[in-house]
Design a protein around this ligand. Structure first.
Ligand code: C2E
Ligand code: MG
Ligand code: MG
Ligand code: MG
Length: 292
């Protein structure tokens, strides 16, 4: 709407603007307070080996128990956190909480799992990420091998040289690094041979249509082959059906994550799965995955 369109229109326009920016301001203040008031909570989604069906890890996924708006998924506040820079504090809370939780499970004698934690591009670009990760490793006393950071291709794109340096320093801490939502960014693939990445995560958008759309199938297959020939491991996210599972297993995908086995669940529920040593029942008849 153009301001010159008349008084009435202008007022409408201004009111509209104010409503949404006030709402954002509201949410920004709320989010700042959410950290102090401990309103953020982590859910955990199991990651399973297609070799033997074991739970080998989990992804920590943040939610916000908003006092008035209810349980908010990350899509409703992570973008705001990114825009306001609050993502650095949120990310640090997530990382510390996830590591402390994993240590508690380890102390309880449960099967060892790798904890995957999302790191946003903004957080990745923050100058002291390596120091913060090192400090949290020390504080939580977890084996660094049991922590994986999920980076996105947007982190790679911002500055390739800094990405090399930062990933090298992170690898110096002996943690694992994955590229999340792989295949959706427009970054140059050359970083795969230059950087200390351990694993690729096939994006849910390719997995969704994997059994119907030949293009999605080709892309998923190409990612698996490329990962393996670069000696990287590969996990598919968003696996919901047995047909998707079989497709991925036949083509040698190492691990999966998705609603087929479990949605992200609260800590107590994931702990119960570990306690029961719950497994993915691998459908009979599918060939065993082979590594190239
Ligand atoms: P992501 O890292 O790609 O996480 C996977 C998302 O896919 C999760 O959504 C998960 O619930 C969903 N998902 C998993 N399996 C399935 C499935 O079988 N079907 C479908 N339809 N969806 C599935 P969620 O928890 O809403 O998180 C959305 C995104 O928010 C994440 O995508 C990640 O980018 C971001 N996010 C979550 N937690 C954090 C965090 O602690 N820090 C940062 N920076 N970002 C986070
Ligand atoms: Mg992720
Ligand atoms: Mg993902
Ligand atoms: Mg995704």
């Amino acid at each position: 709407r153009v301001k010159a369109a008349g008084g009435g229109n202008f007022r409408f326009y201004a009111a509209e603007m104010n409503a949404s920016s006030l709402d954002r301001l509201d949410m920004t203040n709320d989010l700042r307070r959410a950290l102090e008031r401990d309103e953020l909570v982590l859910y955990y989604q199991p990651q399973l080996s297609l070799r033997n069906g074991d739970i080998i890890g989990c992804e920590a996924l943040v939610r916000w128990r908003h006092p008035r708006r209810g349980l908010l998924p990350p899509g409703q506040f992570i973008p705001l956190a990114e825009d306001t820079g609050l993502i650095v504090a949120v990310g640090e809370w997530v990382l510390r909480s996830a590591c402390l939780q994993n240590k508690a499970w380890q102390n309880a004698g449960l099967p060892i799992v790798t904890m995957s934690v999302n790191v946003s591009a903004h957080q990745f670009a923050s100058k002291n990420l390596v120091e913060r990760v090192a400090a949290i490793l020390q504080e939580s006393r977890i084996d660094p091998n049991t922590l994986e950071l999920e980076l996105t291709e947007s982190a790679v794109m911002s500055d390739a040289d800094e990405f090399v340096q930062a990933t090298d320093s992170l690898k110096g801490l002996h943690i694992s690094l994955a590229i999340d939502d792989f295949g959706t960014g427009f970054s140059s693939l050359s970083y795969l041979k230059r950087f200390a990445i351990d694993r690729l995560k096939i994006d849910i958008s390719f997995v969704r249509d994997i059994t119907q759309d030949p293009n999605s199938a080709s892309i998923a297959q190409a990612i698996i082959s490329m990962a393996h020939s670069l000696k990287l491991s590969v996990i598919a996210e968003g696996v919901e059906t047995e047909a998707q599972l079989n497709f991925l297993r036949k083509r040698g995908c190492d691990d999966i994550q998705g609603f087929y086995f479990s949605k992200p669940v609260p800590a107590a529920e994931f702990e119960q799965m570990l306690r029961e040593r719950r497994q993915l029942v691998l459908p009979p008849g599918a060939e065993l995955p082979e590594r190239t």
